[in-house]
Each structure stands twice: as C-alpha cells, then as structure tokens.
Design a binder for this molecule. Structure first.
Ligand code: B12
Ligand code: SF4
Ligand code: SF4
Length: 388
C-alpha cells in the first residue's frame, strides 16, 4: 500500500508520545559504499571477539535489510535521547578515586525500554494503518543502524562512526521499526563534520583508525563492556579510569557542546552510577553486584569483567590508598580479578617509589604462586616477579 505523506506526521506524534525524539523514514536499502565499508571492517577483523558481527548469514542481512522481514517497504528509524554526562571530561578523567561509566548506562537498560516503546508504537501503527506486518529491532539484530539512520535523514554519521543530529548531538540511542506499509522516504542526512578530527585526536587508544572506522580491538567501550578476557598489558594504562564504556569521542564533539539535556530521559539516570567511587565497587560480591546493577546495562558485562576494569582504573589512578583494597581481592574466586589486581598493585607500588615489586608484595606473590593454578594469573605474577 502507498500511503499519503501526512500519515508520517501522525506516526511522528505517536513516536514522540512513546518517548522517541526523532522518527524518520527510509527504504530498506543499504548503499553500496556502506556495504563495502562493512565488508572491509570485517575483513580486517575489526570486530575483535564479536564473532556474530562476521557470521555470514547475519552479515548478508546487515547489508540487505529487505531480507529481515517479508514484504518490508519502509524502515522507520527512531532515536531516544539520554542525558549527557553531568560532568566535564577533564573532571572525570582526572579523578583519582572515581571510575567513569558511560552516560547511556547511568540509568536503566535502554534495550528493555526501547523494545517496549517500539512495540507500543507498532500497536499504534496497526490501529492507524490497519493490521499489517511489522518488526522492531534494537541494537543486537543484524541491522546497520547508523547507515539506516543516515539514509532516513535522522542523523549523519560522524567520524567517530556515531550518529549525530544537528540539534541534539549524538547522546541518543537508535532503534528501528520495519513495516510492510509504504510510507514516503525522508531525505538522506547531510554530513557536518567538515575538517574537524577532534574525536580521532582525543581517543585514548587511537581506536578511530580512519575517519568513520572504529577498530573494536582498541576501543575502550569494547574492552570494558564486550570483552570478557585478560586485557592486553599495553592497553591497560590507556584505559585510565573508564570502567564501563567510553564517551571521550562524543564528549569532545562540537555538536555535543550545543546539545541540550532532554526534557525527559526515560532511562532515568541514577546518581550511584555517575562517577562511582572505585572502592565501593571492588567489594561487590555476586549478589551485591546483581542487586546494584539489576536495572542497568552494566549487569550484562558481569561482575568479573567490571571488577577487572575497576582494578585497572585503580592501578591507573596513582592513588596508593587503594593498595590494601587490592590486596584483599588477591584471593577472589574470579581469576580475572586476581590477575588484574596483581597488575594494579605492581603499578601502585611503582608510584610509591618502591620499584617493581617491594619485598612484602614479592612475598605475597611467591605465596600466591604456590597455590595458583590459573595460567593467566600465573603470567601476571611472573610479569611482576621477573619483568622482561
Ligand atoms: C558493534 C557495535 C559496537 C562496537 C563497534 C563499534 C563500531 N563503530 O562499529 C563497540 C563495542 C566498539 C561499540 C562501542 C560503542 N557503541 Co556500539 N554498537 C555496535 C552495533 C551493535 C553495530 C555497529 C556496526 O554495525 N559496526 C560495524 C561498522 C562497519 O559499522 P559502522 O561503524 O556503522 O561503519 C560504517 C562507517 O564506517 C561507514 N563508512 C565508511 N566509510 C565512510 C565514509 C563516509 C564519508 C561515511 C559517511 C561513512 C563511511 O560505513 C560503515 C557501514 O555503514 C550498533 C547497533 C547496530 N545494530 O547497528 C551499536 C551502536 C552503534 N553503539 C552505540 C553506542 C552508544 C556505542 C558507544 C557510544 C557506547 C559507549 N558509550 O561506550 C560506543 C562508541 C564507540 C564508537 N566510537 O563507535 C549506539 C550508537 C548511537 C549513536 N548515537 O550513534 C548503537 C547504534 C546502538 C544503539 N542501538 O543505539 N559498539
Ligand atoms: S569510545 Fe573511547 S576508545 Fe572508543 S573510539 Fe571513542 S574515544 Fe576511542
Ligand atoms: S568530533 Fe568532529 S569529526 Fe568527530 S564526529 Fe564530532 S564533528 Fe565529526
């Protein structure tokens, strides 16, 4: 069915009522240049351990959204804004006591909220247009969300690869509603990065390897959220006090300096998660972790990986008050935490001017070595006892 243009106005109104600030329309097509760029990204293994990003069938669906649903005619791209970080980047990265959780994770998990809102919008569309085929997607589906957002005019893709809106900046999350109704498409977005490369310059790990291309292997967001293993020693010092995600490339972006705090933030930021005290996190046992982050996206990362990040942030802080705390997790049941606590202690002892491993720490490590059977923890012990 071909539908009149002003129906889009009604749909936008519904979208707004459901908590979406932006609602734009495009055909279910990905441009050749985006398909090629996706292939190149996969060929260069920039997806790191996120194997699903390279799975053949999912890759094909990413490149051709029309294969996601029979009879799809229109993709409705939607954005839900969230509150920007309520602190400056300098203030956050210079703290010696606190860790940084990315702004989108200061409140509730957007996946849950956005899915509910998209389904409610789909019900409205059935009432408006008559019962028809629809599907909703948020984040995890094989949908190239940035490319569709750009095609629909919702936002352009910045050099940090994120979607930016002229007025709202990039502090927003994306979702899509695929429908069999043929609604007129909006005009493609125009880009406004110009000659700026501030995001590429500020990135602590130089993960934006070329304009529009992020190598996940290097990105702190990937390392702290998605990656569950031992973090490469050379990357640890670059992670600073980022303990969940990273907003540096967005915080520096000139388009975000003009962005207003949204009137309503359905993710409702929670004070506890805004620059949390590192010390308050290191002693969370499994139950306390689940309780503390039960509504937050942080729960998806799990206790072991979060506390691994906390250990790294403590090591990077130069705050030697953390030494006793780190000693107390050397017998944690999670090898990941033990391994990174050893690294952090070695760094903090250096800050104290006690060389690589002062005598008391050496004795502790020698004792640990006799009972440790995890190879990764043993590697960390060796790196301190016999540095190369
Ligand atoms: C995998 C993934 C990640 C990975 C990889 C990131 C990446 N850039 O690929 C990791 C874990 C690192 C990550 C991190 C983050 N993510 Co993420 N992530 C995704 C996910 C699931 C897929 C992205 C993807 O397809 N990557 C593959 C690459 C090839 O795609 P691409 O980056 O869009 O690349 C395009 C460009 O390179 C373009 N291109 C190439 N050359 C050129 C040249 C020109 C001129 C142009 C215009 C374009 C262009 O072509 C490519 C294909 O379209 C999406 C959700 C989704 N389903 O889309 C969320 C998503 C992108 N993430 C999101 C967020 C919020 C983040 C973080 C900000 C979280 C945080 N605060 O820590 C960081 C930001 C890091 C960054 N700078 O990208 C949001 C972005 C919202 C927004 N405003 O844009 C999304 C859309 C989730 C959502 N539903 O809201 N993420
Ligand atoms: S999220 Fe952080 S590490 Fe990743 S590209 Fe942006 S600034 Fe770099
Ligand atoms: S910091 Fe500059 S280059 Fe990067 S996304 Fe923003 S405007 Fe574009």
């Amino acid at each position: 069915m071909n539908l009149p243009i002003d129906l889009r106005k009604s749909i936008r109104n519904y979208a707004y009522q459901h908590g979406f600030e932006l609602c734009h329309f495009s055909r279910p097509k990905i441009k050749h240049v985006d398909r090629q760029a996706l292939d190149a990204w996969v060929d260069h293994k920039m997806y790191a351990d996120m194997a699903w990003m390279a799975e053949e069938s999912r890759l094909e669906r990413r490149k051709d959204p029309s294969t996601m649903m029979n009879h799809v005619q229109t993709v409705i791209s939607l954005a839900m804004r969230h509150t920007p970080p309520p602190y400056s980047l300098e203030e956050a990265i210079s703290s010696k006591r606190q860790g940084i959780i990315a702004a989108y994770a200061h409140g509730m998990d957007y996946h849950d909220i956005m899915k509910k809102r998209l389904k409610a919008l789909a019900r409205d569309l059935d009432l408006l247009l008559g019962q028809h085929e629809q599907r909703v997607y948020v984040d995890t589906a094989p949908v190239l969300e940035h490319a569709l957002a750009a095609a629909s005019g919702l936002a352009w893709q910045g050099k940090h690869s994120l979607s930016i809106h002229r007025q709202h900046g990039s502090w927003m999350m994306l979702g899509e509603l695929f429908t069999s109704a043929k609604l007129s498409a909006d005009q493609e977005a125009t880009a406004h990065c110009g000659r700026c490369i501030a995001c590429m310059d500020i990135c602590p790990t130089k993960a934006i390897v070329a304009p529009y291309v992020v190598d996940a292997n290097l990105c702190i967001s990937y390392l702290t959220i998605e990656y569950k293993g031992v973090i490469a020693p050379k990357l640890r010092p670059l992670m600073g006090n980022h303990i969940y995600g990273c907003d540096d490339c967005q915080a520096i972006c000139p388009w975000n300096q003009k962005a207003q705090t949204p009137d309503r933030d359905l993710l409702t930021p929670h004070g506890e998660n805004i620059l949390p005290e590192l010390a308050s996190l290191l002693h969370l046992n499994e139950q306390a972790f689940r309780q503390r982050f039960r509504k937050s996206p942080v729960k998806r990362t799990g206790r072991a990986a979060l506390l691994r990040n906390v250990c790294i942030a403590m090591g990077n802080s130069g705050n030697t008050n953390f030494i006793p705390l780190l000693h107390s997790v050397l017998d944690d049941s999670e090898p990941l935490i033990r391994a990174h606590a050893i690294w952090a202690l070695a760094i903090l002892y250096q800050w104290q001017g006690m060389g690589n491993a002062p005598e008391v720490f050496r004795k502790t490590l020698l004792a640990l070595k006799t009972k440790e059977n995890n190879i990764e923890v043993l590697t960390e012990i060796e790196a301190v006892l016999s540095p190369k």
